[in-house]
Write a protein that binds this ligand. Structure first.
Ligand code: MRU
Length: 341
């Protein structure tokens, strides 16, 4: 299902096997989910993470639930849909995938695990195809501005998607065309998706990567020939505002200050046309300990509180391009985004 050697989501008809992203790159170990509750737990604990990947996993979670209720009324799966929907709040791909599975179920009129499995597999495969297409569209944009260094944030690669990646897919395609000299990967505190996952994926593909502290981004933009910041998204609203990993907004502000272009790559399943502005996006706050400790070791005084919002919203006016499989929107706003409906 992926373009690289990473297989983060494997489906074998009766189990969902997830590469445990919490302990990469130190260990490659897998978590097996056998029901919807176990899938929801894996999403919540970030065994699997990244907007498209959690949508795909939730779809398979519905299939696991359906296997136990074959032939029953669709209503019997309501609790499973609910438990999956409550796993994480910000990435709209989760709700998009669950809505799609529910529509399929209601059209069937009864629980039919094989038909639901076909729908989940389609969601998975379509995401990979969307990423491959976005890779080319994003690389076309980079080609126009010329070869340079790019900066990325969080992890948006095979691990976060159905394969190849969104922003990392664009970087992969652009690198293949000789347009990217090297990638600066923000470490992405506090969960270190950039250090642990993006750098790992890029090393596997032999793409030159320099890990930087999040706080080095301004210096890198000013002195290291970065031409594009390329990021993914967890939810894009009708006006082109983008929720993505905490720290993305600061990068967009810095990019504008330094004349660096800012690209968001995301499949259309990440667009929430029901919200008119990014202010309406629910922003997940995670446990204080994610900030206050590192691999079980305290790095802050126990008396200190921590505030840990894990996403932020970048306003559309700071974004040069939103790349989706349906096409590219330059300088997004309410009118230009409508073309993607
Ligand atoms: O908290 P995470 O690791 O699930 O956050 C992931 C991100 O913010 C990604 O940038 C986003 O989901 C796009 S992944 C293709």
């Amino acid at each position: 299902m992926t373009d690289s050697s990473v297989t983060p989501i494997s489906w074998n008809h009766h189990e969902l096997v997830l590469l445990d992203q919490r302990i990469l790159p130190a260990q490659e170990s897998y978590v097996t989910c056998r029901d919807a509750g176990e899938v929801a737990d894996a999403i919540r604990a970030m065994v699997v993470r990244g907007a498209p990947a959690i949508g795909i996993s939730a779809a398979y979670g519905v299939v696991l639930a359906a296997r136990k209720q074959q032939g029953e009324d669709p209503k019997v799966l309501e609790a499973d849909f609910k438990v999956l929907a409550e796993s994480r709040p910000t990435a709209v791909n989760l709700f998009w995938a669950l809505d799609r599975m529910k529509r399929c179920l209601l059209e069937l009129g009864q629980v039919d695990a094989e038909a639901l499995e076909r729908e989940a597999v389609a969601i998975h495969e379509e995401d990979l195809q969307a990423n491959l297409h976005m890779g080319e569209l994003g690389a076309d944009l980079i080609e126009k501005s010329g070869r340079g260094n790019v900066l990325t944030h969080c992890n948006t690669g095979s691990l976060a998607t159905g394969g190849y990646g969104t922003a990392l897919g664009v970087i992969r395609s652009a690198y293949k065309r000789g347009l990217v000299e090297k990638v600066f990967a923000d470490e992405t505190r506090p969960w270190l998706q950039g250090a642990r996952l993006t750098a790992w994926e890029l090393c596997q593909d032999d793409i030159p990567v320099h890990l930087i502290a999040d706080s080095a981004a301004a210096h890198v933009m000013k002195t290291c020939g970065a031409t594009w910041v390329i990021v993914g998204a967890d939810r894009i609203t009708a006006n082109g505002d983008v929720a993505n990993k905490i720290g993305t907004y600061s990068l967009a502000v810095l990019a504008r200050q330094h004349g660096v272009k800012f690209m968001v790559a995301a499949p259309s399943s990440t667009i929430d046309f029901s919200l008119t502005s990014g202010d309406l996006i629910p922003i997940e706050e995670r446990d204080e300990d994610e900030l206050k400790s590192l691999q079980g070791i305290n790095i802050a005084p126990t008396g200190a509180r921590a505030f840990n919002p894990v996403f932020d919203v970048t306003p559309a006016h700071l974004i040069d391009a939103i790349v989706t499989e349906r096409g590219v929107v330059l300088s997004p706003d309410l009118d230009s985004m409508a073309a993607l409906k």
